[in-house]
Design a protein around this ligand. Sequence first.
Ligand code: ADE
Length: 225
Amino acid sequence: MRIDILTVLPELIKSPFEASILKRAIEAGLVEVHFHNLRDYATGGYKAIDDTQFGGGAGMVMMIEPIDKCITKLKSERNYDEIIYMTPDGERLNQGIANTISLKENIMILCGHYKGVDERVRDMFITKEISIGDYVLSGGELGAAVLCDAIIRLVPGVLGNETSALTDSFQDNLLAPPIYTKPREYKGHKVPPVLFSGNFPEIEKWREEQAYIRTEERRPDLLED
Ligand code: ADE
């Protein structure tokens, strides 16, 4: 998978890719991530990438020309399965969306800033708009980092244990069950004995029950879908 990230603040989004699982995925050649600074595509003496809104109103708008130049250059080099715009008015990210995107070969992610982008960018180039939740971030970069983390860990070979992404919370619309490690007892708090019974069908049954109970208690909305 190849991900191209278009941003005015590359320094805000690079570090998540320089640590842990994302770093290993890149080093193993399973994922390529490229950053493009939209300022490099700006024209004019001031290298402006934003301007005031037509019709008046507070806040600057990202101009279409630098974005067009960057997207058009990338599209001339390869085909993109999705060109995603990170925005609070997009579709709210969930595990299903992450699963779908993780199967794509080439994706582009545009990070918005200021008030957002000129609407014609969305009309002309964007194939999918994603929000990471009902709150406003100061830019799309942190949202793009969240999206990339959610999809890259699903790319085959990225997680050591191939089954581990399948047992995550949300994969079957259930939250994950409680998990424990040593010691068996800590300050009077005991691990449920079934987990060291060695009876794997029983353990599986317990986990399924716990996942259901937890989902019912915390996220009953997941059981309605
Ligand atoms: N940009 C600003 N707020 C955002 C959000 N909630 N999700 C994605 N991108 C954003």
